[in-house]
Design a protein around this ligand. Structure first.
Ligand code: AMP
Length: 542
């Protein structure tokens, strides 16, 4: 082989913050702190403090490959941990505080975390859990000496004191780019959570992918407000991609309600928002109440769950904001596809454009996709055939921490657990999670599609469709609806609303109104629980 003669520089996470400090040193990172006030500084300061943190960690005995955990909101301190921990060669383990306490204890023990950095908000949770956390040497409270609370916890340290005592002189080590950099557990609906372990290389490559114009189109003119938490798939990679391109970051801390978000959006002239649909429902509610607009926001990334057509339409037509529907998963760092319209759609009608935008989008370079049937045979990309969605690429996991779950060999594909179509233009459309698809008379019914139509009814705040056992058809769809406050709608009205929009055999057999629906720690409908709760529900004879 004739080898290329190009430098083999390792792709290191520390190089992202070094670059941002050098070329965008004054670009701001703004945080609504847990203590209350707004904090602002530039990438130059973020680098200096990440280096102080790296020195402090070293003094605490943290070495290469050690896991350092966080239980924290989106903030400048969490960003410093992203770079200080991984930059040192240790592994940043972002724990999702919305998990059940026992799951938190399970994953902290499973990861063998040596330190836990915790926001003031989560102190009561940790006080209750501390006796179960076996490997943790100390809890570092993410605050300054003045705000250190009295605590029953033994072994607590103050973050700001640690940093103040450490030097900002630190040379990031260079090591194999394949080394683990961070760890994020996925909460499957059954069984214990499994750890996805990213590398420096996968993280840097994913950041490049995210910045690309047909992906999130990030640059130094962008002001990004990630509502998606830094404990959920690295805030969709934004905490790394923003310094790569020098974008301004605005962190909302613990306040994710519509009013608090809007205040930041207006004051900081935010241009790009990112988060799951439920957050945007709250923001839209607030906008409707206050009759306000979205200021300088140009785009809003909606992912994590399907973006309903009505939501896309409202953001675009009423608020002049371009919706970027996106799909991915923790195992994919997480970005897989982003929905941008093609030049040919410029002449399409609003409805035709929405037909495209309800799909999740087209693959980024670096993500290979295909759909297969139950026997693994590839299905056509015709927008009609749907099958198991498989993926492959340099930022997709090939296994889980400590060898649990699947272990893929070179060239093998990862089964996402989603069921999807791929059309001739490459747009992928999720029809369901494989385990949520409703199997009726040997055919599949997409629960997501019915849900998306149902939330288009003005009286519906949230909808969920599950399959319930049926003696003749195997399963039939049952629609659960949470009404908007003050709104009224009957079962018959709901069905009449859906009838013209659905194939007859897709129409739910029953509609039940519920005060609320259960969600997982990452904001997805907890359908396994609902299936269990409604297993014995008697559908009316049709
Ligand atoms: P997580 O690993 O928690 O981010 O969950 C990943 C899963 O969320 C995917 O496998 C999908 O089932 C679902 N998901 C993510 N984005 C979307 C989307 N835009 N539309 C529908 N489902 C989505």
């Amino acid at each position: 082989m004739l080898r290329g003669q190009m430098m083999d520089r390792p792709l290191m996470i520390s190089s992202l913050i070094e670059y941002a400090a050098l070329y965008h040193g004054d670009q701001e990172i703004v945080t609504r702190t847990i203590e209350g006030p707004i904090h602002r500084y530039g990438y130059r300061d973020a680098l200096a403090r990440s280096k102080r943190l790296a020195n402090a960690l070293q003094r605490l005995g943290v070495g290469r490959g050690d896991r350092v955990a966080t239980l924290a909101w989106n903030s400048q301190r969490h960003l410093e941990l992203y770079f200080g921990v991984s930059g040192l060669g240790a592994v940043l383990h972002t724990i999702n505080p919305r998990l059940f306490p026992d799951q938190i204890a399970y994953i902290a023990n499973h990861a063998e975390d040596v330190y836990l950095f915790v926001d003031l908000t989560f102190l009561p949770l940790i006080e209750a859990l501390a006796p179960k956390l076996k490997s943790i040497k100390a809890f570092v409270i993410l605050t300054d000496a003045e705000h250190m609370p009295p605590s029953r916890l033994e072994r607590t340290l103050c973050y700001e004191t640690l940093l103040a005592e450490a030097s900002a002189d630190f040379v990031w080590p260079e090591f194999d780019e394949a080394a683990a950099s961070s760890l994020c557990y996925t909460s499957g609906t059954t069984g214990n959570p499994k750890g996805v372990i990213y590398s420096h290389r996968s993280t840097v490559l994913h950041s490049w992918g995210a910045c690309m114009p047909d992906a999130l189109d990030l640059s130094s003119s962008e002001v990004i407000l990630p509502v998606v938490p830094m404990f959920h798939a690295n805030a969709w990679g934004l905490a790394y991609a923003a310094p790569m391109c020098g974008a301004k970051l605005v962190f909302p801390g613990a306040k994710l309600d519509g009013a608090s978000l809007l205040e930041l959006i207006e004051r900081e002239r935010v241009t790009l928002l990112a988060g799951v649909p439920t957050v945007w429902l709250a923001l839209l509610g607030h906008l409707a109440e206050t009759k306000k607009g979205l200021g300088a926001v140009r785009s809003i990334v909606i992912g994590g769950a399907a973006a309903p057509r009505s939501m896309i339409d409202t953001f675009q037509r009423q608020y002049g904001v371009n919706v970027l529907h996106a799909w991915g998963m923790t195992e994919m760092s997480p970005l897989g596809v982003v929905n941008r319209l093609l030049p040919k759609h410029a002449v399409a009608s609003n409805e035709q454009r929405l037909d495209v935008q309800v799909k999740q989008g087209r693959a980024l370079y670096g993500v290979e996709l295909k759909i297969v049937d139950d026997d693994g045979k590839e299905l056509p990309r015709d927008g009609k055939a749907f099958g198991h969605l498989l993926v492959r690429g340099p930022w997709t996991a090939n296994g889980y921490f400590k060898g649990e779950g699947v272990r893929l060999g070179a060239g093998e594909w990862f089964d996402t657990g989603d069921v999807a179509t791929l059309d001739g233009d490459g747009y992928m459309h999720i029809t369901d999670r494989a385990k949520d698809v409703i199997k009726s008379g040997g055919e599949w019914i997409s629960s997501i599609e019915i849900e998306n139509l149902a939330v288009g009814h003005p009286a519906v705040a949230e909808a969920c469709v599950i399959g319930v056992p049926h003696p003749k058809w195997d399963e039939r769809p049952l629609l659960l609806v949470v009404k908007r406050s003050g709104a009224t709608v009957s079962r018959e009205e709901m069905l009449a609303f859906l009838t013209p929009k659905l194939a007859k055999w897709w129409l739910p057999d029953d509609v039940i109104f519920v005060p609320e629906l259960p969600h997982t720690a990452t904001g997805k409908l907890l359908k396994s629980k609902l299936r269990e709760d409604y297993r014995l529900h008697r559908l009316p004879a049709s």
